[in-house]
Design a protein around this ligand. Sequence first.
Ligand code: JFZ
Length: 432
Amino acid sequence: MLKKFILIALLLKATATLAQSANTYQPTAENLAARQKFQDMKFGLFIHWGIYSELGDGEWVMNLKHIPYDNYKRLADFFYPQAFNAHEWVQFAKNAGMKYITITARHHDGFSMFGTKASPYNIVDATPYHKDPLMELAQECQKEGIELHFYYSLLDWGRKDYAFGSPIVDGKPVKGDWDSYINFMKAQLTELITKYPGVKGIWFDGDWERSDVNWHYDEIYGLIHKLNPAIMVGNNHHMEPKPGEDFQMFEKDLPGENNTGFSGKSKIGTLPLETCETINNSWGFNINDRSFKSSKQIINYLVNASGRNANFLLNIGPMPNGKIQSEFTDTMTLVGNWIKNNGQSIYGTRGSGIAPQPWGVVTQKDKQLYVHVLTMPQQPYIFIPGIKVNVKAASLLNDNTAVKYKQQPEGLFIYLNTVKADAYDTIIKLTI
Ligand code: JFZ
């Protein structure tokens, strides 16, 4: 009886400490510095690349086309990205004005795009390529001063230990071995963080498939921060951030919007923000998808994200041979040229606290406010409500010509009649 009581008391204490440790995540000074740097970068390249790329139908192709796992696995037998060149990818990102790369280390299909001891189903051991592109990318990123983050899927369409709650789907078991699966992920995450130089973030996805389950985030996030306290942990669970996370992400929505239906539960919190969108309608390579966004649309999205205090992570799906299709390169060259001239109004800025307006947004860096007029208004002026600080000067960012303005208690009027409108974004710099 007494023994039983002591056991229960001990158990209760253990659960209490566990719950506490999960809820009392204290980011280290290095982590807080990493968050600032993350926010300064503003623009990142998202890359979805895997054996699914071979089928040219997106990263969900196994699921969408009902390809049994054992058939799908054959894609590994002939995955040979002969034209993959880490230097080209990093140059693509740099030329586009991007400061970091987030790449799929393992997507829902469960195939590891890196060399791993935790599973033979990986690019080094299971393909004739026998090389580790993520290692080459990590080294190249370090050399070129680009931050590297890894996308990592929580859900897995192939592993036997990844338990499904519902009846068997395409041969996936109902009963798994959850502890084994969690340990597998911890082993892989340890490799990703300790073996690859300069990794700065982990981008989790797939929680939403089994939102009922205990993902052991306290252990997983705890492990990541123990291995490297500065790592930025984010999770695409479409909910409010959980303890142990370092940034909050939005998928296909600017913070505050919910066009996708994904962002309904994610109230904007206090962590750094990031929103992802893709260059056409697909994440992984899709040979039929020609709904390419224009350079103007991409710049618009970047500016709108910056004005809402968020980073923009723009996705491309490279081809199975490792090449990036020319349409993407062409568009991103235009975006990069624009950023070369206007980057000071984006990089290192924060949201100004001024709400988005029908004509655009305002970003801020120290004593500068950058007024981004994305849509020229009908009337020859714009009004910025609620500017209380004294505006000392206003000029056009691209040629420094003075811009007329009038400050009133209710806000600031900026007169555009003498201003030459820019095709992408007319930027007026205010000194406060
Ligand atoms: C997820 C992935 O499934 C997708 O393949 C891609 O990697 C993207 C960036 O992230 O997309 C989702 C996630 C959740 C839902 C839909 C798409 N959802 O909850 O409906």
